[in-house]
Design a protein around this ligand. Structure first.
Ligand code: ZN
Length: 350
């Protein structure tokens, strides 16, 4: 696999990229006032049933599959850390064998073509927008996230947008006042996130606010540089406030009553249908049954867990069998490469 110039840049110039990490993410809010009211209503009496949202990753880049699959683990870290009751699992990974640079409008077009309406759809691109990370709001089957960088703060920030959150500085007219008196209309319209003057270029490497602005009352800002929905430096961000969490929960109830992992991923459905694996569920050996008309000269497989972590790589398989006896019980994903294509099968280890 070719290594992209951007990926090399990530390895060689981390500080250069950190400086880039708090750039605006080109986010547009488009809900009606009525929808905002539902999204921002307090959940004082409603309980939230924990959910695991299925993720479909659409690969339009040559970033390594491992790096891309790591997105799921990063999301689970943030959402567990903040006790959101929301977790994620990889439903399918679809490699389109094509590298794309795409603007917001172009990612939207991709989403209309390829979205799985029952899952969270993440488009991994050679270049996503101008900043490498952008998202649309959750909506019925049409939301999307576009990424060409994988720093955890950016991934968490875009999932926050996807689940309906605004930036902590979003509504600037009127600007949110430091004393909190207009917190329900300004900023992110939440009162448990302090007034934020837009932290782009105003946070130092110790994650301290270094801006000097004052609000209309002459009060100095004291923003939260850890909030995931701010423009603080990416590595400073790991926090969702209780009201932000409630809003994400509301958005899932409003738009995501039918989430489910229904597709077993394939780039080529016909090939996937031709290859069988058995026994499945298994207690040890899994056999690959490949029709005689297909070449098995370069049969490679990779095994992943539900977080997308690579557990096993077998190259040039000749026995067409995989030993799963050392695995814990659970659901795994077997990526099978043959005929210059890749297909995915689910394996259940009893
Ligand atoms: Zn943003």
């Amino acid at each position: 696999m070719k290594t992209s110039p951007t990926f090399l840049l990530l390895l060689v110039f981390p500080f250069f990229l950190i400086a880039q990490h708090n750039e605006p993410c080109d986010f547009v809010s488009n809900y009606s006032e009525e929808t905002w009211e539902v999204l921002q209503s307090p959940r004082t009496t409603k309980t939230f049933n924990e959910v695991e949202l299925p993720i479909v990753i659409h690969q339009f880049s040559n970033y390594s599959e491992n790096q891309v699959r790591g997105i799921v683990g990063q999301l689970n870290n943030f959402f567990n850390l903040n006790e959101t009751g929301i977790s994620f699992s990889l439903c399918s990974f679809i490699d389109y064998d094509e590298d794309l640079e795409a603007s917001r409008g172009e990612i939207r077009e991709l989403s209309l073509l390829h979205n799985d309406p029952h899952a969270v759809n993440i488009y991994v691109l050679k270049q996503a927008g101008s900043n490498g990370a952008l998202a649309s709001f959750i909506s019925n089957g049409q939301g999307w996230i576009g990424l060409s960088r994988f720093d955890a703060g950016a991934v968490g920030h875009e999932m926050g947008h996807y689940l309906s959150l605004s930036h902590t500085h979003q509504w600037t007219v009127p600007a949110e006042l430091v004393d909190g008196s207009n917190c329900e209309e300004a900023g992110d319209r939440h009162c448990d996130t302090p007034a934020d003057p837009d932290l782009h270029t105003k946070v130092n490497n110790n994650c301290e606010y270094i801006g000097t602005e004052v609000d209309e009352n002459g009060d100095s800002y004291d923003p939260d540089t850890k909030n995931l929905m701010s423009y603080s430096l990416s590595f400073c961000r790991d926090y969702f406030s209780p009201e932000q969490i409630e809003q994400m929960q509301n958005s899932i109830e409003l738009y995501y009553s039918d989430y489910a992992c229904l597709t077993s991923s394939t780039t080529t459905p016909s090939l996937a249908d031709q290859v069988a694996i058995f026994p499945n569920p298994t207690t040890g050996i899994v056999n690959l049954q490949i029709p005689a008309n297909l070449s098995t000269n370069e049969l490679n497989v990779k095994l992943y867990n539900h977080l997308g972590q690579e557990l096993m790589v077998r190259k040039n398989l000749d026995l067409n069998e995989i030993d799963c006896s050392n695995l814990e019980s659970g659901l795994y994903y077997l990526q099978i490469y043959l005929e210059k294509q890749s297909i995915q099968k689910q394996v259940i280890r009893l």
